[in-house]
Design a protein around this ligand. Structure first.
Ligand SMILES: Cc1cc2nc3c(=O)[nH]c(=O)nc-3n(C[C@H](O)[C@H](O)[C@H](O)COP(=O)(O)OP(=O)(O)OC[C@H]3O[C@@H](n4cnc5c(N)ncnc54)[C@H](O)[C@@H]3O)c2cc1C
Length: 522
């Protein structure tokens, strides 16, 4: 049997785990990261799907992580020393509605104002106040997201320091849809904000999603849908460079199947091929908590923890179609330069909510509640040969295959055809003459590609009231230390959740470094 040893073993090489590993490696710990995928990064990967075409197999937009000190202060030197660079695309977004109307969003707030004002000057004025209100509150939310649970004041305490703290506490508990329809009255403006609020696949009709419209619109109005030059995977490359530069190792193609326990303490992990990876000081996991609990005996976790994991909501699955195009996907009646990197189609919010509810009820859903058409090659020529484009279409969908299909494997191409037909109603030049290749990923494919994305749910689990803050992933265990001594958890199942935020990774590093007697540098 092969046994490899390090101070800290990290199971899973998503960006959060890599951020934590990078902090630990820089602090002098030997780290050994083990991942099931052939390449590190999890949902932060850029792959050459066809020669010369570099596709982000999962994430493209890195807006939320811009507020994390890892990027804001470049605390790991990723930008300064390891080649990471970001671009803020302008226009920020373009969205078409069911009646054929469209709204464009721009980095110039006045230009966004003018777009909203075409539909309602009252709502355009309201948008200015909406952004100003978020500017005053965002520090509290940013601080709470980038601090481990239980360290410092709670989010509610931070909000109470604001003049309208009570309003923000109520907003937190409302749904995104409640907030949007309270602030805005015109249906296109409402649908635009709703489309933006859906971007992280949260349950925008459920309590607990109320801050989403503020945080997403605030972030995008300032920084757009920020994307890494060269592809999402450049963040991973930079993190790997820090880890390896400090002597850390990353072992890919190695799926962890169980935790190694010694005297009730977690001392390492074992992979499906029988190799053991021993962490003499600690083990950090980014394995989905639903899988993690099966990797040690039930009594090691305790009933409270097991109940919390059983009732944890894994979230909303997604479906993706990757296109290679020889033209810019261009909206009806507009010019190619009006297309935003983050474009798409919105339903009216009530219709979208109906579909999202059906998905949560595990019903087969064939509609497109909201549709993202992402074209990063518009601002980053390194993604495709000259004149060509990489386009990613994303929709929420059920992990249950459509009626009549035994598996998503049988239904995915037909489903992609239907989605492309729908997208063509707003972007007519996506057709056989412009699409040179297509790769389709159903929820099943997404899970096969990353065991952390169960049923194709890519955002770490729902972030509603039962699963956020001190309740994530399980009440009593929100601060990264797990019930088994020596074992820590990071990734999208921990506070503050999924997407490219880096916060679970940095927060986990803070907790582990304190427990290991190390100073956290910032
Ligand atoms: C198509 C698509 C588009 C997306 N677009 C965006 C976007 O534009 N912006 C955004 O913010 N987010 C986006 N996301 C979501 C985003 O990718 C994830 O929320 C994010 O990657 C989660 O990061 P993480 O660090 O929690 O873990 P992950 O990125 O999920 O990484 C977890 C890692 O752990 C490994 N692992 C799990 N179990 C085991 C095991 N048993 N043994 C070994 N290794 C294991 C996995 O192989 C994986 O590498 C998208 C996702 C998809 C699928």
């Amino acid at each position: 049997m092969t046994v490899e040893t390090a101070d800290v073993v990290v199971a899973g090489a998503g960006h959060n785990a890599l951020i934590a590993a990078a902090y630990l490696a820089r602090a002098g710990k030997s780290v050994l990261v083990v991942d099931a995928r052939p390449i590190p990064g999890g949902g932060v990967a850029t792959e050459e799907y066809l020669p010369g075409f570099f596709m982000d197999s999962c994430s493209t937009g890195h807006t939320i992580i811009q507020a994390n000190p890892v990027i804001k202060d470049d605390s790991l030197g990723l930008v300064k020393d390891h080649g990471l660079a970001y671009v803020d695309p302008d226009p920020v977004a373009r969205v078409a509605f069911p009646d054929g109307e469209q709204i464009g969003m721009h980095l110039d707030p006045q230009a966004t104002y003018d777009e909203f004002a075409r539909f309602s000057s009252r709502d355009a004025d309201r948008y200015v106040e909406f952004l100003a209100d978020w500017e005053r509150a965002k520090v509290a939310f940013g601080r709470a997201n980038n601090t481990p649970i239980g360290w410092g004041p709670s989010l509610d305490q931070l909000l109470d320091e604001l003049p309208n703290g009570g309003t923000w506490r109520r907003r937190r508990a409302l749904s995104a849809w409640d907030v949007i329809r309270h602030e805005f009255t015109e249906e296109h403006v409402q649908a635009f904000l709703f489309w933006e609020a859906c971007q992280t696949f949260g349950s925008v009709d459920l309590p607990g999603s109320g801050v989403m419209p503020y945080s997403i619109m605030g972030g995008r109005q300032k920084r757009s849908w920020t994307i890494p030059l060269g592809g999402s995977g450049r963040l991973t490359d930079a993190l790997v460079s820090v880890i390896e530069g400090h002597g850390g190792r990353i072992v890919c193609g190695t799926k962890v199947s169980q935790l190694l326990l010694d005297g009730g303490r977690c001392v390492g992990v074992e992979s499906t091929d029988g190799r053991q990876f021993v962490g003499t000081e600690a083990v950090l996991s980014t394995i989905h908590v639903k899988h993690l609990v099966d990797m040690a005996p039930a009594e090691a976790w305790g009933e409270d923890f097991t109940y919390g994991v059983e009732t944890y909501d894994i979230g909303i699955p997604l479906f993706a179609a990757f296109l290679v195009m020889n033209e810019v996907p261009t909206f009806r009646g507009l010019r190619p330069e009006d297309t935003a990197v983050s474009s798409g189609l919105a339903l009216w919010p009530q219709d979208a909510i109906e579909q999202v509810r059906a998905i949560r009820d595990r019903k087969p859903v064939t509609g497109s509640a909201w549709t993202l058409v992402a074209t990063p090659s518009l601002v980053d020529p390194s993604r495709a040969p000259e004149g060509k484009h990489t386009v990613k279409i994303l929709v929420p969908c059920s992990h249950v295959p459509p009626y009549g299909a035994a598996s998503w494997d049988d239904a995915k191409e037909q489903h992609a055809d239907a989605i492309v037909d729908y997208v063509r109603t707003a972007i007519p030049n996506i057709d056989d003459s412009t699409v040179e290749a297509r790769i389709v990923k159903s929820p099943l494919d997404i899970e096969r590609g990353n065991p952390h994305m169960i049923n194709g749910c890519a955002h770490g689990g729902d972030k509603g009231v039962p699963f956020s803050g001190p309740l994530r992933p399980v009440p009593g265990w929100a601060s990264h230390a797990m019930p088994i001594p020596g074992l820590y958890q990071t990734g999208g199942t921990t506070h503050p959740g999924g997407s490219i935020t880096g916060s679970p990774g940095r927060n986990a590093a803070m907790v582990m470094m304190r427990d290991l007697g190390l100073d956290f540098p910032g």
